[in-house]
Ligand binder design. Structure first.
Ligand code: GTP
Ligand code: MG
Length: 200
C-alpha cells in the first residue's frame, strides 16, 4: 500500500462536525499514551501529521484523517487518563461513545494495547463493547520494540488471554521502531478495507 497523500480533514467534538462524505473509516481506540496517534503517523509515513506526546492526554478531539482520498483513519482521545477532572472524562467518554455508536462510515475499530502492560478493566470493557456491537475485535499490540523476541511472543499470548480476545483473532504486534511491523499493519489495513470493498 502506497500512501501518496494524507490529510487532517476534520477535528470534531460532536456528530454535526463529522465529515459528511461516504469515505469508509477505521477508528483507533485505546488507553491514553498507548500510541494511537503514532500508529496513524507511521501508516501515513509522516512524522507529525497527528500530534503525539510522551504525556498522556494529547489527543482531545475526534480527528478524521483521509489517505489517498480513499479511506480514513480516525484518531480518538485515549481513556484512562487520570489527570483530567471527572466531568471532563465524562465528556470525553460521551464524545467517543457517540462516534462509535452512530457513525455509518465506520467499518472497524482497532483496539490498541501496550504489550508491556496488563490490560486494564477499561481495555476489557472496550473489547467487549466492540464485539457486542458486531465489530471483529481486532487488537494491535504496541511498543513491541521494548520487548525481546521471547518476551514479545509471551506477551502476545498473555495479553490475548487476559483481554479475552476471540480465539481466531491474533493480536497484531506493532512498533513505530520496526519497519517490518509497520509494513504488516499497512498490509493488514489494505486487506481489511479490501474485504469491505474499498480498494487502496
Ligand atoms: P493520547 O493522544 O493521549 O490518547 O495518546 P496516544 O495513544 O495517541 O499516544 P501517542 O501516539 O501520543 O504516543 C505516546 C508516547 O508513546 C509517545 O512518546 C510516543 O513516541 C510513544 N510511542 C508510541 N508508539 C511507540 C512504539 O511503538 N515504540 C516506542 N518505543 N514508543 C512509542
Ligand atoms: Mg493521540
Amino acid at each position: 500500500m502506497k500512501i501518496n497523500e494524507a490529510n487532517l480533514d476534520q477535528m470534531a467534538v460532536s456528530p454535526s462536525q463529522y465529515p459528511r462524505d461516504g469515505l469508509k473509516e477505521v477508528a483507533l481506540v485505546g488507553r491514553s499514551n498507548v500510541g494511537k496517534s503514532s500508529f496513524l503517523n507511521k501508516i501515513a509515513g509522516r512524522k507529525n501529521l497527528a500530534y503525539t506526546s510522551s504525556k498522556p492526554g494529547k489527543t482531545r478531539t475526534i480527528n478524521f484523517y483521509s489517505f489517498n482520498k480513499t479511506f480514513r483513519l480516525v484518531d480518538l482521545p485515549g481513556y484512562g487518563f487520570a489527570q483530567v477532572s471527572k466531568s471532563m472524562r465524562k465528556d470525553w467518554a460521551k464524545m467517543i461513545n457517540s462516534y462509535l455508536e452512530s457513525r455509518d462510515n465506520l467499518l472497524e475499530i482497532l483496539l490498541l494495547v501496550d504489550l508491556r502492560v496488563k490490560p486494564s478493566d477499561q481495555d476489557k470493557e472496550m473489547l467487549s463493547w466492540i464485539l457486542d456491537n458486531g465489530f471483529s475485535g481486532i487488537v494491535i499490540g504496541t511498543k513491541a520494540d521494548k520487548l525481546s523476541k521471547n518476551q514479545l511472543q509471551q506477551q502476545l499470548v498473555r495479553v490475548h488471554k487476559e483481554l479475552g480476545c476471540p480465539e481466531e483473532q491474533d493480536i497484531l504486534p506493532f512498533s513505530t521502531e520496526r519497519k517490518d511491523l509497520v509494513e504488516e499493519s499497512k498490509n493488514f489495513l489494505q486487506d481489511l478495507f479490501a474485504f469491505h470493498g474499498v480498494k487502496i
